[in-house]
Design a protein around this ligand. Structure first.
Ligand SMILES: Nc1ncnc2c1ncn2[C@@H]1O[C@H](COP(=O)(O)OP(=O)(O)OP(=O)(O)O)[C@@H](O)[C@H]1O
Ligand SMILES: [Mg+2]
Length: 262
């Protein structure tokens, strides 16, 4: 079953065209990556999926709702079914960790404070943080902890769909791999679909089921790593097929590199 589908999405700002006919489909339960150069329009794509931005034209369906025809009530209900870790995933600096995690719960529900505290403790545990962190303020956290708290906040409403915009950027390699493991564990445990924007090759090679490459204002390749690597495109050549990457990551079912790439 597809959880998100985008058909012929065009996004432009005045004369500037960012997306010129984007098509992609994200299936239930997968970890789906979006990859492309800086400025290719990856964050905008997610903003369109979560109704923060309306595309210039085209159709988007999320969890069975067509975003062009959705009613106000349906949109309110839908907003509670996803969680987002924003690219510059800032926490509110004047709120402590517990308050940051509980923002959506307080906004959308009438949950009593005692239960909110329990939910916060559960979410902190899910992302590998101690309950003591709840009372700290963002300025008292390391970069890795901030990412984890932002993830706990994204999980607060038990989402069916989780959007992660460059979750491992700014983390050291060990922190990034730990975060990757956490993402896979959460997908397996919670049975959710995860959409992740990343430039992190390790994440692409180790946790992503399928992904799309955004280039030339379009999706130029979509599928498994094997399928994407089999597609000829200058971005794919540049991003994946240099000696360093091939030496380090030839995947068991990747196509054999041709001499041209070596
Ligand atoms: N509201 C806006 N008005 C005009 N241009 C915009 C607006 N929002 C985004 N853009 C432009 O759209 C392009 C795509 O932006 P987007 O943030 O989606 O890129 P990205 O692929 O996420 O890049 P990065 O990898 O650097 O995060 C950029 O050139 C950006 O300047
Ligand atoms: Mg971005």
């Amino acid at each position: 079953m597809s959880v998100v589908s985008m058909r012929n999405i065009v996004t432009s700002f005045g004369e500037k065209v960012i997306h010129d006919g984007i098509n992609l489909t994200i299936e239930a339960g997968e970890i789906y990556g979006i990859l492309g150069e800086s400025g290719a329009g990856k964050t905008l794509l997610i903003q369109e999926m979560i109704m923060l931005l309306q595309p210039t034209s085209g159709e988007i369906e999320v969890l069975g709702y067509n975003l062009n025809t959705i009613t106000y009530q349906e949109a309110q209900a839908l907003r509670q079914k996803w969680g987002i870790l924003f690219q510059f995933g800032a926490l509110y600096s004047s709120l402590n960790v517990a308050q940051n995690i509980a923002i959506a719960i307080s906004e959308y529900t009438q949950t009593p404070q005692k239960l909110i505290n329990q939910i916060v403790a559960t979410k902190l545990n899910m992302v590998g943080l101690s309950p003591d962190v709840a009372s700290l303020y963002p300025a008292q956290l390391s970069g890795g902890m901030i990412k984890r708290v932002a993830l706990a906040r994204a999980l607060a409403m038990d989402p069916k769909l989780l959007f992660l915009d460059e979750p491992t950027s700014g983390l050291d390699p060990i922190g990034a791999r730990d975060f990757d493991k956490l993402i896979v564990e959460l997908r397996n445990l919670l049975d959710i679909t995860i959409v992740i924007i990343t430039h992190d090759l390790d994440s692409i090679f180790s946790i992503i089921d399928r992904f799309s490459i955004l280039a030339d204002k379009k999706v130029v390749a979509q599928g498994t790593l094997k399928e994407v690597l089999a597609t000829q495109h200058p971005f794919i050549e540049r991003f994946f097929k240099n000696d360093y990457v091939l030496g380090r990551y030839v995947h068991k079912d990747s196509p054999k590199p041709t001499p041209h790439h070596l």
